[in-house]
Design a protein around this ligand. Structure first.
Ligand code: ADP
Length: 406
């Protein structure tokens, strides 16, 4: 519509100059009314009355062409502006509003027929000589052709763009579908393995209860009770891992200031009664004042798992077992390293330890869920984890976190 207005203004000014140059007399109000038309239409558009501007613009454009075309010889080709009006109507209403488009095309057609069949005339005759008429015929043909091509290209462009948008949407949907399939597979695997891991200690407990019923010796009975207690502890830690996992995907990420040293000390302190901890030295290489802005409860899940693994997989064959907790930081990132001289991990299995329910040692006592939860939790904190390990020598887990969680 805006472009139609510009066209009307440019054409009116061009006609006014040409008429003057060729000595053709036209009442000034004819030019003024075309300019006024463009001004009113422009104002309607500016204030958002688009539908009104469309109706007003098309009705008046058709009527004004009618008035002009009936006041000059056919040879100027003014009637060709009905092609312009028709193209504009088709472009403005398009397929979605095809009734509006057809109505205005019909209006142009009817007025065009009347131009040729009736003798009516509303303004003084514009006396154009036949050689001058050729000039106007060329101009009118050009305007009609340019507008028709423009309208066609305009629609082709919209079509092309919507096709591109459809393709982009298709890709998004395909990716989302792949993610959903993956999540579904993981869920299936999770339910299967979790139910298995929950049932097996129950079977052990039932066996131990049966055995202790048959046992006469009190000392042996106490041994069975200890074994039962251990199975219950393992089951409890497995259930709390599942709770951590569900909490990570459910609870919103919070941001708080965390002093790295104090935080890691509190984790090590929580693990003081963890089996095997008493024989392990912890070496600290963390500045007192290092602060990370992140989610504390998620950070706890990550480092409880890493430090308890470092304890769990220490190497009893070594004289001194140690865990080193170290940080490296710059303005953007903080690296927290948990290193141990434990049993290490086989090179070929190393990349799988972050998978769900994956255990890299035959005698692993855990569920194999811990490092999977670490990876998922880190994803929520925009962090990442890599592991370097050498069997028999030890492992080094390097966690990278943004210094300030966005
Ligand atoms: P789990 O509950 O079995 O400990 P994790 O997901 O925490 O499960 O770890 C997966 C596997 O990776 C473990 O079973 C163990 O074989 C190996 N692993 C993890 N941490 C260490 C470590 N610090 N040293 C040696 N092996 C480790």
């Amino acid at each position: 519509m805006k472009h139609l207005n510009i066209l009307v203004v440019v054409a009116t000014v061009a006609y006014a100059f040409l008429d003057k140059y060729l000595g053709i007399v036209v009442e000034p109000y004819v030019y003024i009314s075309f300019l006024l038309f463009a001004a009113i239409n422009g104002t309607l558009l500016r204030y958002g009355y688009v539908e009104m501007a469309k109706v007003f613009g098309l009705v008046l454009f058709n009527v004004m062409i009618f008035i002009v075309a009936t006041s000059e010889p056919f040879s100027t080709g003014m009637y060709l502006q009905y092609v312009t009006a028709g193209s504009v109507a088709l472009a403005l209403y398009g397929y979605e509003q095809w009734k509006g488009a057809l109505l205005f095309v019909l209006l142009s057609l009817i007025l065009n027929v009347i131009v040729f069949t009736s003798e009516v005339s509303f303004i003084p005759w514009r006396a154009v000589e036949s050689d001058q008429a050729n000039v106007f015929f060329v101009i009118n043909t050009l305007i009609a052709a340019v507008v028709s091509v423009y309208a066609f290209m305009f629609y082709s462009k919209i079509n092309y763009e919507s096709e591109l948008a459809l393709k982009a949407n298709e890709n998004i949907i395909r990716n989302q579908n792949a993610e959903l399939l993956k999540a579904n597979e993981e869920l299936d695997r999770f339910v299967y393995s979790a139910s298995h891991d929950l049932r097996s200690p129950l079977a052990t407990l039932t066996g131990l209860i049966n055995l202790s019923k048959l046992e006469k010796d009190d000392a042996e009975k106490l041994k069975y009770l200890d074994l039962m207690k251990e199975r219950i502890r393992a089951m409890d830690s497995f259930i709390s891992e599942i709770i951590d996992y569900s909490r990570n995907s459910r609870v919103e990420v919070k941001k708080e200031d965390v002093n790295a040293k104090m935080f890691l000390e509190s984790i090590a302190d929580d693990l003081r009664y963890y089996a095997g901890k008493e024989s392990i030295e912890i070496h600290w290489e963390i500045p007192e004042d290092l602060v990370i802005v992140t989610d504390l409860s998620r950070l706890k899940i990550i480092f409880s798992n890493l430090i308890s693994n470092a304890i769990k997989y220490h190497d009893p064959a070594k004289k001194i077992s140690w865990i080193k907790l170290k940080t490296e930081s710059d303005i953007q990132e903080i690296k927290i390293i948990v290193e141990d001289n434990g049993i290490g991990i086989n090179k070929e299995l190393k990349d799988s330890i972050f998978d769900m329910f994956y255990r890299a040692h035959e005698h692993s006592t855990g569920s194999g869920l811990g490092l999977y939860i670490v990876k998922e939790t880190l994803a929520k904190l925009n962090g990442k984890i890599v592991v370097e390990s050498s069997e028999g020598e030890g492992s080094r887990f390097l966690v990278t976190l943004p210094a300030t969680l966005k």
